[in-house]
Design a protein around this ligand. Structure first.
Ligand SMILES: Cc1cc2nc3c(=O)[nH]c(=O)nc-3n(C[C@H](O)[C@H](O)[C@H](O)COP(=O)(O)O)c2cc1C
Length: 448
C-alpha cells in the first residue's frame, strides 16, 4: 500500500516514524506514580507537564497529547493520580513553555458547543504559532452525561452529532480568508469584511449564523485527530481526521485497520496518504530486556487487583456492581455492554476464556486491545522499524509507563537508534504540527 513517501524530508525512499506522547503527570501505568521519586512538590501535575513536554521537545517528538475525562471515579481517585485538568487550558500554558513541539487536546463533541470550541482551538493555534491539534471524541462515559444533566446519546447518534459538529467547526475555521487582515493604519482599514464569510449552517443538531471572531489560524485548521475505532469511528476518521489514535495489537491487525481508514478516506474524496495512523504503544524500558522485565514486574506487583478489574469493566461500559471478579464474565452482563470498540474487544476476550474476570483483568495493562512492550531500546527500535517500514502504522502514540523516567529513556536511548537507522528526524521539518506530521495546510473552503 502506497502513500506519499519522503514528506519528512529525510530519505525519499524510506518511511519514517512519528510519535505523539499520551502525556499524564506520572505515567500511563496505574502504579507509575508509586515508582518514581515522588517529592510531593507538584501534587496536581502542572510542573510535571512542562518538564515532560520539554523532554519530548528535546527528543524532536511530533507532539504531546492530553486525554479528557469529564467525571471522577471514586475507585480510581483513591488509587492513582486523577489530575484531569481542562486540556485546552493546559495547552495554553505549554504553548508558552515550549517552542516547537505539537500540542494536542481532547475535547468532546457530545459535551461542547461548536462555535465555542472552534474559537478556543483557533485561539490556541494563534497562541502557539501553529502547533495545535484537536482529538475529537464523542465521550462513552455515562457519568459524564450525568454531570452535564443529560443522558448519554447512543453510540451511533454520538457519531452523527460529531460529524455535524466537526463540519461546523471547519466552516468556522474557514470563515476568514487567509488575506482578510489588511492592517492599513493610514487608510483606517483593519480587515476586509468582504473576505470574511459567515459560516451559515442549519443542521439536525447544530446551527450557526456568523463568522468566527478570530482570524484564520496559522495552520489554516488545527490538526484533527480521532480516537474511535468502531465502524462509525472509522467513518468519521476517514471523513475528517489527519491523525488516528487506535489500539492495535499486531502488524496484521494494524494493516487491516489502515485499509479500512484508507477506504473511508477515499469514500469522502480524500487522499488516504494524508491520514497518519499512530496506534497506542504502552512501554517499559530497561537497559537490558531482563532489567525492563524486572521494572515491569515491580509495576504489576504494585497494582491493586480490584482496581484493575474495575477499570477494565468501566472501560467496557459494564456495571461493576453486577460483576463477580472471582467468576468468568456472565453472558448476561456481557450482553449489557455498549457497542464501543473497547467493549467489543474486552467482552470478546472475556467470553472466550473460562478464567475469572478478575484474573483476566490482571493481564490487561494499558489500552484495551493495544500494544504493550517490555524490553531494551534496541528491541523497541526493532518494533518501530517493523511496523513503520511495512506501512502498518506511521509511528505510535507513546504511553510511557513511568513519567518522566520512561519518556527520558525513549528520547535518550531509542530516538538515537531510530535516527541512525534513518527512521526518525534529526531536526523539526518546520514550525507547525502539520509540518512535523508531513500534512498539507488545508485549503480554505468557502461556506455555501
Ligand atoms: C488512544 C485513545 C485515546 C482516547 N482518549 C479519549 C479521551 O481522552 N476521552 C474520551 O472521552 N475518550 C477517549 N478515547 C475513546 C474514543 O474516543 C472512543 O470513544 C472509544 O474508542 C469508543 O469509540 P469507538 O467505539 O468508535 O471505538 C480514546 C481512545 C483511544 C484509542
Amino acid at each position: 500500500m502506497a502513500y506519499p513517501l519522503g514528506h519528512e524530508g529525510l530519505m525519499t525512499s524510506q518511511r519514517v516514524a512519528h510519535f505523539i506522547v499520551f502525556l499524564t503527570s506520572n505515567g500511563y501505568h496505574e502504579a507509575g506514580w508509586r515508582m518514581h521519586e515522588f517529592d510531593g512538590t507538584d501534587p496536581i501535575g502542572l510542573q510535571s507537564y512542562i518538564h515532560s513536554t520539554a523532554i519530548c521537545e528535546r527528543g524532536l517528538l511530533d507532539g504531546v497529547f492530553f486525554a479528557d475525562r469529564l467525571s471522577l471515579a471514586a475507585f480510581r481517585v483513591r488509587a492513582f493520580p486523577q489530575d484531569h485538568h481542562d486540556p485546552l487550558q493546559l495547552l495554553s500554558a505549554l504553548a508558552m513553555n515550549s517552542t516547537q513541539i505539537g500540542l494536542i487536546a481532547t475535547a468532546s463533541t457530545t459535551f461542547s458547543n461548536p462555535w465555542d470550541l472552534a474559537r478556543r482551538f483557533a485561539t490556541l493555534d494563534h497562541v502557539s504559532a501553529g502547533r495545535i491539534g484537536w482529538n475529537i471524541v464523542t465521550t462513552y462515559d455515562p457519568a459524564a452525561a450525568e454531570n452535564f444533566g443529560v443522558s448519554l446519546p447512543e453510540h451511533d447518534d454520538r457519531y452523527a452529532r460529531a460529524t455535524e459538529f466537526v463540519e461546523v467547526v471547519k466552516r468556522l475555521w474557514d470563515s476568514w480568508e487567509d488575506d482578510a487582515l489588511i492592517r492599513d493604519p493610514a487608510a483606517g482599514i483593519w480587515a476586509d469584511s468582504a473576505r470574511i464569510h459567515p459560516a451559515v449552517f442549519q443542521g439536525n443538531y447544530y446551527s450557526v449564523a456568523g463568522a468566527l471572531s478570530v482570524p484564520r489560524s496559522p495552520q489554516g485548521q488545527p490538526v484533527l485527530a480521532q480516537a474511535g475505532s468502531s465502524p462509525a469511528g472509522i467513518e468519521l476518521a476517514g471523513q475528517t481526521a489527519d491523525l488516528v489514535f487506535t489500539p492495535q495489537r499486531s502488524v496484521e491487525a494494524a494493516t487491516e485497520f489502515r485499509q479500512k481508514i484508507n477506504a473511508a478516506a477515499k469514500r469522502h474524496g480524500r487522499q488516504a496518504g494524508n491520514v497518519r495512523i499512530l496506534p497506542g504503544l504502552g512501554y517499559v524500558l530497561g537497559s537490558t530486556e531482563a532489567e525492563a522485565r524486572a521494572r515491569r514486574q515491580r509495576l504489576e506487583e504494585s497494582v491493586d487487583p480490584t482496581l484493575r478489574w474495575q477499570m477494565l469493566a468501566t472501560t467496557a461500559g459494564l456495571d461493576i456492581s453486577k460483576i463477580d471478579p472471582t467468576r468468568p464474565l456472565s453472558a448476561e452482563v456481557a450482553a449489557s455492554a455498549p457497542p464501543t470498540s473497547f467493549a467489543k474487544n474486552i467482552v470478546t476476550q472475556a467470553l472466550q476464556t473460562a478464567r475469572p474476570f478478575g484474573e483476566l483483568a490482571a493481564s490487561f495493562t494499558g489500552l484495551p486491545g493495544g500494544l504493550e512492550f517490555t524490553g531494551s531500546p534496541d528491541q523497541l527500535a526493532d518494533l518501530v522499524e517493523e511496523w513503520v517500514s511495512c506501512g502498518a502504522s506511521d509511528g505510535f502514540t507513546l504511553q510511557p509507563a513511568i513519567v518522566p523516567e520512561d519518556l527520558a529513556l525513549f528520547v535518550d536511548h531509542v530516538v538515537p537508534i531510530l535516527q541512525r537507522r534513518h527512521l526518525f528526524r534529526r531536526e523539526y521539518e518546520g514550525p507547525t504540527l502539520r509540518d512535523h506530521l508531513g500534512l498539507p495546510r488545508p485549503r480554505l473552503r468557502r461556506a455555501m
